[in-house]
Design a protein around this ligand. Structure first.
Ligand SMILES: CC(=O)SCCNC(=O)CCNC(=O)[C@H](O)C(C)(C)COP(=O)(O)OP(=O)(O)OC[C@H]1O[C@@H](n2cnc3c(N)ncnc32)[C@H](O)[C@@H]1OP(=O)(O)O
Length: 398
């Protein structure tokens, strides 16, 4: 078995192997995956030359707390043929891929996990979460807003094919301020790759424009059941725009319920309804998994809200590494250096990935038995330090 890099010439065999691993058939010549970066692909090949495994990565930008935008390698298209599973093929590809990321100078990697048991052993931890809100339309009267701003713009319904540029521009503005959000490469929009609203399935897009006519939000939606309107994603550059889009969607005649997918944990929409029970939460699950490849670099890259000091003892069994770091935050800037001091917390690098964006509290992982706190104040200290103004959210599918 050997692991080799792919080139553009390998696209067809790569896509075919990957789809076979998922027991699916490619669409027309793998169009759905045409935004893959083939110079970042890996093929696992048997001694007699048969491809049996695939892995690839996108060159994303990830927004960190403090509106810091950094590069992140987005692992994708991971698959091993059913005939060759549990023989270490994925492990070999992961080892190679992590080494490749470091060789490129990347210090963060992210992925969406098909199954939650696969990636912790490779140092990834769940870091953002998502859920849907189903609202009974006839009970969806809005409470009178006391303080929330009211958008003064307009909404127009467009076809997906007619507003690609608008969506791309609005999304790009939105993702730069939200921790956990990923860039969507231009080629990805162009290729029509990924899931809704980018898939070829028909969708309407409600575009919100501000008072000057500049697009500042959109929602993509379609009727999925005779009387269910499903909203794939709502992108809004502020809360007032998000509210305006929700009001618009809930105003659809002939619809009994509206399903808002991919809502963040701090979504105010349910609280905006007069009848709190008109909205029901569901589909609560992990979304983006994060892996730190260089602990000091990653910790000094993100923004911090609170001053403090913490000694972290970090194990990285997947890479056979271990480090103890003194993290010092002053005026929003962090320094992170190796230390011999006694640790406040001992944790696996996958747990550090979970708390890194502020979406998972260190104290919860202490209570769950993942992180070890070495004294009674350690967990609260870490909560205060890692906490962020808003929970991270990612709604990109890749
Ligand atoms: C980011 C993404 O692309 S997510 C998509 C992941 N791909 C899929 O889900 C497609 C279907 N599944 C597959 O192709 C394969 O089962 C893979 C890729 C998940 C695993 O590939 P394999 O080559 O079998 O993994 P490998 O043999 O290296 O296993 C390494 C370890 O992980 C464990 N493991 C691997 N997959 C799973 C799983 N799905 N559930 C639980 N444990 C798993 C193995 O038991 C093994 O444990 P051990 O080291 O204690 O023995």
């Amino acid at each position: 078995m050997k692991i080799r890099s792919t080139t553009a010439d390998d696209r067809a065999v790569f896509v075919d192997t990957m789809f076979t691993a998922f027991a699916r058939f490619p669409d027309t010549a793998g169009e759905t995956w045409s935004a893959l970066e083939m110079d970042r692909g890996l093929l696992a090949v048997t001694e007699d030359g048969r491809p049996v495994g695939t892995a690839a990565a996108y060159s994303f930008e990830l927004t960190l707390p403090g509106e810091v935008v950094v590069p992140a390698a987005g692992v994708t298209a991971v698959g091993v043929l059913p005939s060759h599973r549990r023989q270490g093929v994925l492990s070999a590809m992961m080892r190679r891929q992590l080494a490749d990321f470091r060789a490129r100078g990347e210090f963060l990697s992210v992925l969406l996990a098909s199954e939650a048991l696969i990636y912790r052993r490779f140092g990834y931890g769940p870091a953002t979460y998502t859920r849907r809100l189903t609202v009974q339309r006839h009970r969806a009267a809005f409470a009178v807003p006391r303080t929330a701003g009211v958008a003064t713009g307009s909404i127009e319904v467009l076809r997906r094919a007619d507003c690609g540029e608008i969506l791309e521009t609005v999304y790009d503005r939105y993702r730069r301020t939200l921790p956990g959000a990923l860039s969507r490469p231009h080629g990805w929009w162009e290729a029509g790759a990924g899931q809704p609203p980018i898939s070829r399935a028909q969708r309407h897009v409600a575009v919100h424009r501000d008072a000057d006519g500049v697009p500042d939000g959109y929602a993509s939606y379609s009727l999925t059941e005779p009387s269910t309107l499903t909203v794939d994603e709502t992108i809004a550059t502020d809360d007032a725009v998000s509210t305006a889009l929700a009001r618009f969607l809930l105003g659809h005649d002939l619809v009994t319920e509206v399903v808002f997918k991919h809502r963040p944990l701090d979504d105010p929409l349910r609280w905006q309804l007069e009848d709190f029970r008109a909205g029901e939460l569901g589909g609560d699950t992990d979304w983006l998994w994060v892996r730190l490849l260089d602990v000091p670099r990653a910790l000094t890259a993100r923004g911090w809200q609170t001053d403090g000091e913490l000694v972290l003892d970090v194990g990285d069994p997947a890479l056979g590494e271990h480090g103890r770091y003194l993290l010092t935050v002053r005026d929003g800037e962090a320094a992170c250096v190796p230390t011999e001091r006694e640790p406040d917390l001992s944790l696996d690098v996958s747990d550090l990935g979970s708390i890194y964006l502020g979406g998972t509290t260190p104290s919860m992982l202490v209570r769950a038995g993942h992180i070890r706190a070495h004294h009674p104040e350690a967990a609260a200290l870490a909560d205060a330090l890692f906490g962020t103004e808003r929970p991270p959210h990612c709604l990109h599918w890749f």
